[in-house]
Write a protein that binds this ligand. Structure first.
Ligand code: GCU
Length: 323
């Protein structure tokens, strides 16, 4: 498959060099529904790419997990089978370890701190560092803050998590966080969470309001207790296969980067509008919003930091030191 994709792209370039205006068609994967902000971001990237290249480069966006769950789409991007993927950075940490740092609980002090890190030198180094895992990072998208939600047992304090089966992203850092809180971590692909909540395979999960709400994957329908504990702020990322990127001309590589960056404010605007809208919608639908003592959740994270300080070392310190 890999050879086929590389050959296909090389052939395209040969034709371009020979003077034929040959099209380059990229395929992009996203596991969120078609109108979700990340998909709107990818759609904008596709439109920009087409406009900048005079119609020569197109990108077809496949939302809703059509091309596979996050882990599988990341693997396919590594192999050059899928060209582009938008995913949460949590599972990316299993392929390129430094990326796991973003999943550490309470690593970001505020939204401003988050953006200063991911859009500053650290964020940039990480995008480029992905080459170690055969991918090139193009941009980060907003994903707000993550919170717990449960089907039957409301979480009003850390003690309420004891023994609850909580779904985690496919990420060791997230798993360790869950264990530090006393919960039973159940790693599952995002697409399996709704039915697992519905059938009682898990007691709860954690995510942002837009994913939980009606514009996302509608977990509010099966988990009506939403605890605003904001334990993590995990960015979304847009990545391209290094195999695919490296056979593009330098000019086309620049267009791909430019188009991805141009989509960042579009995604961010759609995101900003959706957070409050989703919260209002789930309240209207009957969800109970629970506020908690955040300090208690922060204090419980000691063991996670003890484990990861030596692993992330300087990187972790640089994030904390970012104003
Ligand atoms: C966010 C993100 C998804 C991801 C999900 C998860 O909602 O947008 O891409 O799959 O978190 O919890 O797995």
């Amino acid at each position: 498959m890999r050879t086929f994709r590389v050959l296909a792209i090389t052939l395209v370039l040969a034709l371009v060099a020979g003077g034929f205006a040959q099209e380059i068609v990229l395929r992009a994967a996203d596991n969120q529904p078609p109108t979700y902000p990340t998909v709107l971001g990818l759609n904008h990237m596709a439109e920009t790419l087409e406009a900048l290249s005079g119609g020569r480069i197109t990108m077809e966006v496949f939302p809703g997990g059509q091309l596979g769950d996050e882990r599988s789409t990341i693997e396919q991007v590594q192999l050059g089978v899928i060209d582009v993927v938008r995913t949460s950075t949590s599972p990316v940490g299993e392929f390129y370890a430094p990326m796991g740092v973003y999943s550490l609980p309470f690593i970001f002090r505020s939204e401003e701190h988050f953006w200063r890190v991911v859009q500053g030198p650290i964020g940039f180094e990480m995008l480029e560092g992905l080459r170690e895992a055969d991918m090139v990072g193009l941009a980060y998208y907003d994903s707000g803050s993550r919170n717990f939600y449960t089907a039957e047992t409301p979480i009003r304090s850390v003690a309420d998590l004891e023994g609850l089966r909580i779904r985690t992203q496919q990420s060791q850092v997230v798993l360790d966080m869950m264990e530090a809180l006393g919960a039973d971590a159940v790693p599952l692909a995002f697409g399996e969470v709704y039915s697992s909540l519905q059938t009682g395979v898990i007691d709860g999960a954690e995510n942002n309001y837009p994913s939980y709400g009606p514009s996302g994957v509608r977990h509010y329908e099966v988990a009506p207790y939403f605890t605003e504990n904001a334990h993590a702020r995990v960015p979304e990322i847009v990545m391209i296969s290094a195999t695919v990127f490296d056979v593009l001309s330098a000019e086309d590589q620049a267009l791909v980067r430019q188009a991805a960056l141009a989509s960042v404010p579009v995604q961010a605007a759609a995101w900003a509008a959706l957070v409050e809208e989703s919260k209002a919608a789930v309240i209207e639908a009957g969800s109970e919003i629970i506020t908690v003592d955040l300090g208690e959740f922060q204090d419980a994270m000691g063991p996670v930091y003890e484990k990861y300080e030596p692993i992330f070392g300087d990187l972790l310190q640089r994030i904390l030191d970012t104003p």
